[in-house]
Write a protein that binds this ligand. Structure first.
Ligand code: NAD
Length: 312
């Protein structure tokens, strides 16, 4: 009987649908309840044939110790914690679930833009504390939105921006032209997107090329009074440079769902101009369920020797 380890915290949290898919195929599932710890993880992984992995690291030692491991599915789209070169050495296939969480992440991206610009969180916080003071923000509608990366999530953000009469420009060096649906989006260079947008929103994977893509130079080149939004990965922004730009008032604010080191206590979390959420991009009930079921289906297919989509 095949066994799968699940380390994504949200997998099957809301109902049993994703677990049922595994059970119907005769696959035993074990969910790691503790926060990630290399030793606990390695021990749990040892007897498993498959792994549904969250965002934690996957060390070679753990993979080496899991002699039966044949397949890994990333619970989500971002694959920066999977070293494919290392996994191929051990003949382990891996897949991810791209696009399924795009709407949820796009909703959060827009939510961060609206909350920052209209100071919604500050105003609501005041009222909750018994106050009734007015907070003057700036419009989101009719402003210029700059998208860095124009894949699944950025496209959903662009569609939402259309409803707000925003002018949308994007930088994606891997695209020569845009599909017809995005006729209103202007594909341009990084410098233009950074220096002429009122909101710059990041939607690229974290790779060697995109690490600190928004460094001191790029952040300084942003339009004074503009906002930076990151729902992609923490490492894409140089956080020290961002902190400085917020302290000097060069940037009006930042909306961050991700950090390079995701734990409480970041100096950015104490700033009024920052809305920091704990990596909840795909945390809507519908999306958690869809992503969980998609992962379970991929594990069933892989262990039954059937073709698996979105292999890495
Ligand atoms: P995607 O693969 O559909 O799109 C990524 C786009 O980035 C592609 O079009 C690619 O051409 C482009 N790109 C790659 N390198 C680039 C570069 N150097 N400069 C500009 N563009 C570049 O991915 P997606 O589904 O849109 O997701 C984007 C990222 O968002 C994921 O890699 C993941 O890290 C992150 N994500 C975060 C959450 C969350 O919970 N906050 C959820 C899902 C995804």
């Amino acid at each position: 009987m095949y066994k799968v380890l699940i380390t994504s915290r949200s997998f099957g949290d809301l109902n049993r649908q994703a677990f049922d898919i595994l059970e119907r195929a005769g696959i035993v599932s074990v969910k790691m309840k503790e926060p990630y710890h290399p030793e606990i993880f390695s021990k749990l992984l040892e007897p498993c044939d498959a792994l549904i992995i969250g965002a934690h690291p996957l060390e070679e030692d753990a993979v080496r110790g899991a002699g039966n491991l044949k397949f890994i599915c990333k619970h989500g789209a971002g694959t920066d914690n999977l070293n494919m070169e290392m996994l191929r050495k051990y003949n382990i296939q891996a897949a991810h679930v791209p696009g399924v969480n795009a709407d949820a992440v796009a909703d959060l991206t827009f939510g961060l833009m609206l909350c920052l610009a209209r100071k919604i969180c500050d105003a609501a916080h005041d009222v909750r504390k018994g106050g009734w003071s007015k907070h003057i923000g700036t419009d989101v509608c009719f402003k210029t939105l700059g998208l860095i990366g124009f894949g699944s999530i950025a496209r959903k953000v662009a569609l939402r921006a259309g409803g707000f009469s925003m002018s949308v420009q994007a930088y994606d060096p891997y695209l020569n032209q845009l599909p017809e649906t995005y006729d209103d989006v202007r594909l341009t260079d990084l410098q233009t997107v950074i220096s002429t947008s009122d909101f710059v929103s990041l939607h690229v994977p974290l790779t060697n090329d995109t690490y600190h893509l928004m460094g001191e130079q790029e952040i300084s080149a942003m339009k004074p009074g503009s906002f930076l939004i990151n729902t992609a990965r923490g490492g894409i922004i140089d956080e020290k440079a961002l902190l400085k730009a917020l302290q000097t008032g060069h940037l009006a604010g930042a909306g961050l769902d991700v950090l390079e080191n995701e734990q409480p206590g970041s100096p950015l979390s104490h700033m009024e101009q920052v809305i920091l959420t704990p990596h909840i991009g795909m945390y809507s009930a519908e999306t958690i369920n869809k992503v969980g079921c998609a992962c379970a289906e991929k594990v069933v297919a892989a262990l039954s020797g059937e073709p698996v989509e979105n292999l890495l």
